[in-house]
Design a protein around this ligand. Structure first.
Ligand SMILES: [Zn+2]
Length: 194
C-alpha cells in the first residue's frame, strides 16, 4: 500500500481508539522524513515505518507533543533536558489515555515527579533540574519514542510568527485572529462514528 494511505489507516486506528484526538490527528498529514516525529504541522516518517509494531504508540506520543506545544515552547531551557521532560510528560499522558497502569521505571519516575507535575513538561523539567532519583540517561532510554529533530524548525517558525503578529498588531490587526487562522477543521474525522 502507498505510504499516504498507510498513514491514513494508522491515524484512523488511533482515532477510533481515542476519538477525543480527532482535531489534532486531523491536522497532521504525513510527510516523508528520516524518522517518525512531528513539528506540529506534519507527521514525518519514512514510508517503510508504518508497519512497525509500535507505530500507533509512537504516533500518539508525537501527537501529544504537538497538542501540548512541546516543539515550540522550550524557550531558553536546556535542549536535552527539555526533550527528556517532554518525552516523560507525553509518555505519562499516553499511558493515562490508554488506561494502562504505570509499571517499573515509569511508575518510579512518575512518583518522583510529585503530585500533579508528571503531565506537565515544564514541571517535569523543573524536577529534573534538582535531585532526581533516576539517572537522566536511563530516563532517556526508557521514554524516547520519536525524533525531536523537527522541533528546532517549529520553534523558529513560532518565533517568526510572533514577530509577524506583533507587526500586524502594530498595524491594528487582532493577534488572536492571526493565530486562529492557522487552525483548520478536522474534516475527515469529524462525522465518522468510532
Ligand atoms: Zn518525543
Amino acid at each position: 500500500m502507498e505510504a499516504g494511505r498507510l498513514y491514513q489507516s494508522l491515524r484512523g486506528r488511533l482515532y477510533r481508539r481515542l476519538p477525543v484526538l480527532a482535531v489534532p490527528l486531523g491536522l497532521l498529514d504525513w510527510a516523508p522524513g528520516a524518522k517518525p516525529g512531528t513539528d506540529g504541522r506534519a507527521y514525518f516518517a519514512p514510508p517503510d515505518w508504518f508497519a512497525a509494531a509500535d507505530a500507533e504508540d509512537v504516533l500518539l506520543h508525537s501527537v501529544l507533543h504537538a497538542m501540548l506545544g512541546h516543539p515550540w515552547t522550550r524557550g531558553r531551557r536546556d535542549a536535552a533536558r527539555w526533550d527528556l521532560a517532554c518525552d516523560m510528560a507525553a509518555e505519562f499522558l499516553r499511558q493515562r489515555l490508554l488506561d494502562r497502569p504505570l509499571e517499573g521505571l515509569y511508575a518510579q519516575a512518575f512518583y518522583a515527579c510529585g503530585d500533579g507535575a508528571a503531565y506537565s513538561a515544564r514541571s517535569v523539567y523543573a524536577r529534573l533540574e534538582g535531585e532526581f532519583p533516576i539517572p537522566q540517561d536511563e530516563l532517556r532510554e526508557a521514554f524516547r519514542r520519536d525524533s525531536h529533530e523537527y522541533w528546532a524548525a517549529a520553534a523558529q517558525r513560532e518565533h517568526n510568527d510572533e514577530n509577524d503578529s506583533s507587526r500586524r498588531k502594530a498595524h491594528g490587526r487582532d493577534l488572536h485572529r492571526v493565530k486562529a487562522e492557522r487552525i483548520e477543521p478536522a474534516h475527515e474525522y469529524s462525522h465518522r462514528a468510532p
